[in-house]
Design a protein around this ligand. Structure first.
Ligand SMILES: [Zn+2]
Length: 128
């Protein structure tokens, strides 16, 4: 698995995803991937790698929703298995994390998907 640009060192898909999960440039791992909460930079400030055309689109919320639903389902199952299945407990144990966890996961999930797309060369360059 190599980067799409042959002048760069070879970076594995896993390393590119890991750098993206840390919200860093998948190429160098030093430059920031976002300059606001989820607003992607045009290019890396450290290595100049163009990053604006690697967009996760609807895949980012799909990944985050899948993770949140899994966590909520496990929490509800644990509550039910302990015999404490009151509706109010479900409300307090599931609703606040279901709001907070996606807000915390979105930047890293988007970064990881951008890292995957960057390593595979799946860009939206036709949008230029
Ligand atoms: Zn960079």
């Amino acid at each position: 698995m190599t980067s799409p640009d042959p002048q760069h060192e070879e970076i594995s898909v896993g390393r590119a995803i890991w750098r993206g999960l840390k919200c860093r440039c998948p190429n160098c791992g030093k430059g920031r991937l976002f300059h606001h909460y989820l607003e992607q930079v045009e290019s890396c400030s450290m290595c100049g790698e163009p990053l604006a055309y690697y967009k996760g689109g609807i895949f980012v919320p799909l990944v985050v929703i899948t993770v949140v639903i899994t966590i909520a389902a496990i929490a509800m199952l644990i509550i039910e298995l302990q015999g404490q299945g009151s509706p109010l407990l479900h409300l307090y144990a599931v609703v606040p994390p279901s709001i907070v966890i996606p807000l915390l996961l979105l930047p890293s999930a988007k970064g990881g998907i951008v890292g995957l797309m960057w390593s595979k060369g799946w860009s939206d360059e036709q949008d230029r």
